[in-house]
Design a protein around this ligand. Structure first.
Ligand SMILES: Nc1nc2c(ncn2[C@@H]2O[C@H](COP(=O)(O)OP(=O)(O)OP(=O)(O)O)[C@@H](O)[C@H]2O)c(=O)[nH]1
Ligand SMILES: [Mg+2]
Length: 453
């Protein structure tokens, strides 16, 4: 997919950050801190920053005339290639600003899409990001001329004018249609795959980008997933077996982080990457308690969960990075608001025992509808299923009894040890032996799909 800020040589593009703050808007102490992180992640060198407070956005240039002129001078002074806005701009505003300041202009959504495009490694995340980018670009088609020409058109079809634009638009629409079809196939496949693993409950880490989800995953399962001080370090889903002490095996998934104002098309097209999260029995919402914007981050995550239609899932709030909090009052403020939150430091492994206990307890509240094959001679397991679960039906052949039962997930450890096979009541077969055979601690269950790069 298109690199929005590709340059000829290897030197990073020089960017200027800009943000309009509406007069009634509450903002962080440093209103451009997050955008700075995003711009750096995207590989640009930030040269300067500009903030304007105003009652409303200018219809044609977003910022007021005076500020646009200030921006133009900044671009000139720093020889900047790029102005990045923390806001979303209309296609016309982008065009007018580009003309006025003499540099390329990106808005926040475009920047986030660009970071995803550069970082996506798996087939499904590449499809997802290409779809999100195309949907975003369609009304701005003039700007993606070269990209589409290069990708899908023959030499003879090139040439300026409205006719060309029509061709481009049709090509983009066709590609969007194809991508949606392909993604829907991938989604269905993933849905089946994840369902087939339902013999163990899935716990999914969710949270704002950079909150420490991958670090926590590594600390809990001794997995070796990438964790770094960078926004959107994780763009796909990793699932590992987690031996929950005193409980049994659960599957722990780490996935892409969220951010405020995440483009809706991006959330929609990442549906398949977020399949584990959508099917999880329990969400661990990891928040960076040391961040001055922790409250905003927590609500941004709830809002994405809502977009995904899973805001009502059982969720534990994990306040991470408590080692980095200087003033205890900061943590108390968060705990006042979220008294049931669990405080941890994934980096120094503090609080993990309490976290583990809380997860075990939360999962104990859940039930699984299963079909379990039991050795006909295993009277103990049959008695256990009858005692702990709600047996719906029982069929048998010479050697095996198949029990349909609703089991509390908390009792599944014993079942795992003795059953011949465990399937979701409506799903495909899955041998319990196969699930036991996967080595722990470095125990990948799945990475969201084959790495393509
Ligand atoms: N001080 C401190 N830093 C932490 C802690 N947990 C994670 N970090 C740091 O926070 C940064 C981000 O950690 P990740 O685990 O990559 O965060 P993530 O939520 O997976 O981020 P994305 O995948 O980018 O969404 C890294 O530099 C970690 O070392 C913690 O408990 N304390
Ligand atoms: Mg991560």
């Amino acid at each position: 997919m298109r690199e929005l800020h590709q340059v000829q040589d290897d030197s990073p593009e020089r960017s200027i950050l800009a943000r309009l703050i509406l007069s009634n808007q509450q903002v962080e102490a440093d209103p451009l801190e997050e955008l700075h992180g995003l711009a750096t992640t995207a590989g640009t060198e930030v040269m300067d920053e500009l903030v304007q407070r105003r009652p409303s956005a200018d219809h044609s240039t977003y910022l007021g005339k005076g500020k646009v002129e200030e921006l133009r001078l900044m671009v000139e002074r720093h020889d900047a290639d790029l102005v990045i806005f923390d806001n979303d701009l209309s296609p016309a505003q982008t065009r007018n600003l580009e003309k006025a300041v003499g540099a390329k202009v990106l808005d926040r959504t475009e920047l986030i899409l660009d970071i995803f495009a550069a970082g996506a490694r798996t087939y499904e995340s590449r499809l997802a990001i290409e779809l999100a980018q195309l949907e975003y670009s369609l009304p701005r088609l003039k700007r993606m001329w070269t990209h589409l020409s290069r990708q899908a058109m023959g030499v003879g079809m090139r040439g300026p004018g409205e006719k060309q634009l029509e061709v481009d638009r049709r090509l983009a629409q066709k590609r969007i249609h194809d991508l949606k079809q392909e993604l829907s196939k991938v989604e269905q496949r993933r849905e089946r795959q994840v369902k087939a693993r339902k013999e163990s409950p899935t716990v999914s880490l969710v949270g704002y980008t950079n909150a420490g989800k991958s670090t926590l995953m590594n600390a809990l399962t001794e997995a070796d997933v990438l964790a770094e001080d960078k926004l959107f370090a994780t763009l796909d889903t990793r699932t590992r077996r987690w031996q929950l002490p005193g409980w049994g095996t659960v599957l722990l998934s780490d996935t892409v982080g969220f951010i405020r104002d995440l483009p809706h098309s991006l959330v929609a097209s990442f549906k398949s990457t977020l399949e584990e999260t959508r099917q999880a029995e329990l969400l661990l919402h990891v928040a960076d308690a040391s961040s001055p914007t922790v409250f905003n981050q927590i609500s941004a995550v709830y809002s994405v969960l809502k977009d995904l239609g899973i805001e009502e899932k059982d969720t534990l709030l994990i306040l991470n990075k408590i080692d980095a909090i200087r003033d205890p009052a900061t943590l108390n403020r968060v705990l006042d608001r979220y008294p049931n939150a669990i405080t941890v430091s994934a980096r120094s492994c503090k609080g993990l025992t309490l976290l583990t206990e809380a997860v075990g307890e939360a999962l104990g509240r859940e039930f699984l509808d299963l079909e379990i094959d039991v050795d006909a001679a295993d009277g103990r397991l049959l008695a256990f299923l009858a005692a702990k679960g709600e047996v719906v039906s029982q069929t048998c052949d010479e050697t095996t009894i198949t029990v349909r039962v609703r089991m509390p997930t908390g009792a599944m450890g014993q079942v795992h040890r003795s059953a011949l096979a465990i399937r979701p009541a409506d799903g495909d077969s899955m041998s319990s032996e196969a699930t036991e055979a996967v080595p722990v601690p470095d125990n990948p269950v799945s990475d969201s799909s084959t790495e393509v790069a």
